[in-house]
Design a protein around this ligand. Structure first.
Ligand code: SAH
Length: 380
C-alpha cells in the first residue's frame, strides 16, 4: 500500500497548500520562519472564504503575502465540465494530470446537501456491478485533489462555512476505494472536519469501503468520521462474486472489524450499503441472511441502493415491488432500513455511474471490453 500520489497541480516546485492539513500547514509556515497562527489565518481564507489569491488575504501582511506568492499556491483541480440535473443534482468532472479526470457530485435534499467525493483515479477492486471497475485503475489522488473537489463545489455553490452551508455532508463514495489511499484521504477528511477547514461534524463525514479489514481498524484509530460498508450480499459465495475483495476479507472478518469499530466508538453506528440487483441478491432468502447478520449489529443501518445501470453491465435494477418487499422484510425484523432514492441519473451521476476519465494502468478496461465482446459473440 505504497502512497504514490503526488500533487499534480504543482508548478515550478511551488507547494500546493491544499495538500496540507492544519498541522502540515503550521509546519510549512514554520519552515518559512512564520508563526503558526499565520498558518491558521491563511487556512481560514482558503476554506471559509474560498480564497485562492494571496493578494486578497487582506489581514496577511504584505511581506508574508510576497513570501507565499514565491513559495506556494492554492491549487484546486480544474473543472473540465459541469452539469446540473433536473432534480438539482450537480456533477463536476475535474481534470487531474495527463488526461485523467474524476467526478464529484452534489445532491441537495430538503434538510441537507451531500457531496460525493472521489478518492482514486479509477479503482482496482473490480466490483462487478460498478462502472468505475470497468475503467481500471490509474493512481491515488493527492490530498489537494480530494479536498479540492469540495473546494470547487463549495465555491460554485456559494457555501459559507459555519453560516450558510450548502454542503452539510460529505461521503467518500465517488470513484475509488478510499482505504487504499489512506494517508491522503484521512488528511483530506481532517480538513473537512477541522473548524478552520469546512468544520463538519464527525457524523457528517462518511467514508465508504468495500471492506479492507485492517484499514478499518486503522481508520478508527486515526480520525473521527463515520463508516459505511458496502456489503451487497450476506453470504460469502455471492459476496465474493460481487465484491472480489471478499475472498481476502470474508464476511465474518469484516463483521468482526465492524464490531471492533463499534466497541471503540460506542455511540456511533455503521451504515451497510446494499445495492439491489434483479434476481441476484434481492430475494427473500437474501433478506433473511442480511437480517441474521444485522442481529449482531443492533444500532446499525442498512441503506438499500437500487442498482444503477451503465453501458455493458450484465446486471439490472430490481423491480420497485421487489425492492419494497425486501425493505419491508428487513423493517419487520427491526432492522433500520433506508431506501436511497436514485438521484441525478439523467446526468449519470448516480452511485456506480461515475466515470471520470481513467488512463488505465492495469489494462482492466481492455480485458473488460474483450469479455464483453466474447459474451456478445457467444450470444450471437
Ligand atoms: N469503494 C468504496 C466507495 C465507492 S462506491 C465502496 O466500495 O464503498 C460507493 C457505493 O456505491 C458503494 O456502496 C458501491 O457498492 C455502490 N455502487 C457501485 N456501483 C453501483 C451501481 N451501479 N448501482 C448502485 N450502487 C452502486
Amino acid at each position: 500500500m505504497t502512497d504514490q500520489a503526488v500533487s499534480t497541480t504543482t508548478t515550478n516546485e511551488k507547494v500546493n497548500l491544499l495538500d496540507f492539513d492544519r498541522q502540515g500547514l503550521r509546519d510549512f509556515f514554520a519552515q518559512l520562519g512564520e508563526k503558526p497562527y499565520r498558518a491558521e489565518q491563511v487556512m481560514k481564507w482558503i476554506y471559509h472564504r474560498l480564497e485562492d489569491n494571496f493578494e486578497n488575504m487582506t489581514d496577511v501582511g504584505k511581506a508574508l503575502r510576497a513570501k507565499l506568492e514565491a513559495s506556494c499556491y492554492v491549487g484546486p483541480p480544474k473543472t473540465m465540465f459541469e452539469k446540473g440535473a433536473a432534480d438539482g443534482t450537480h456533477k463536476w468532472l475535474l481534470g487531474m494530470d495527463g488526461g485523467n479526470a474524476v467526478e464529484a457530485v452534489y445532491i441537495p435534499e430538503p434538510t441537507r446537501g451531500t457531496l460525493c467525493v472521489s478518492s482514486q483515479v479509477g479503482c482496482g477492486l473490480n466490483c462487478q456491478f460498478c462502472s468505475t471497475a470497468t475503467q481500471g485503475f490509474n493512481r491515488n489522488l493527492a490530498t489537494s485533489e480530494i479536498i479540492g473537489q469540495m473546494w470547487v463545489a463549495a465555491k460554485y455553490l456559494g457555501n459559507v462555512t459555519h453560516q450558510n452551508r450548502r454542503i452539510t455532508n460529505v461521503v467518500m463514495m465517488g470513484m475509488g476505494e478510499p482505504l487504499l489511499n489512506f494517508d491522503n484521504v484521512t488528511k483530506a477528511m481532517s480538513l473537512m472536519r477541522d473548524d478552520l477547514g469546512f468544520g463538519l461534524a464527525s457524523k457528517r463525514v462518511t467514508l465508504s469501503t468495500a471492506g479492507l479489514v485492517p484499514m478499518i481498524d486503522k481508520l478508527s484509530e486515526t480520525i473521527d468520521v463515520s463508516l459505511a460498508v458496502s456489503l451487497h450480499a450476506a453470504n460469502d459465495e455471492l459476496r465474493t462474486e460481487l465484491v472480489p475483495l471478499n475472498k481476502r476479507y470474508p464476511i465474518a472478518e469484516l463483521m468482526a472489524a465492524c464490531q471492533r469499530w463499534l466497541d471503540r466508538k460506542p455511540r456511533t453506528s455503521i451504515t451497510f450499503e446494499y445495492t439491489l440487483m434483479k434476481g441476484v441478491n434481492d430475494q427473500p432468502e437474501h433478506a433473511r441472511q442480511l437480517i441474521k447478520l444485522m442481529r449482531r449489529m443492533p444500532n446499525c443501518k442498512v441503506n438499500l441502493i437500487p442498482f444503477n445501470p451503465f453501458p455493458g453491465t450484465r446486471f439490472e435494477r430490481s423491480d420497485a415491488e421487489t425492492i419494497r418487499a425486501f425493505q419491508t422484510q428487513l423493517l419487520n425484523a427491526n432492522v433500520l432500513t433506508m431506501l436511497r432514492r436514485t438521484r441525478g441519473d439523467d446526468i449519470d451521476a448516480a452511485c456506480g455511474q461515475l466515470k471520470g476519465q481513467v488512463l488505465d494502468r492495469t489494462r482492466r478496461q481492455a480485458e473488460f471490453r474483450k469479455r464483453l465482446d466474447e459474451g456478445a459473440s457467444h450470444a450471437a
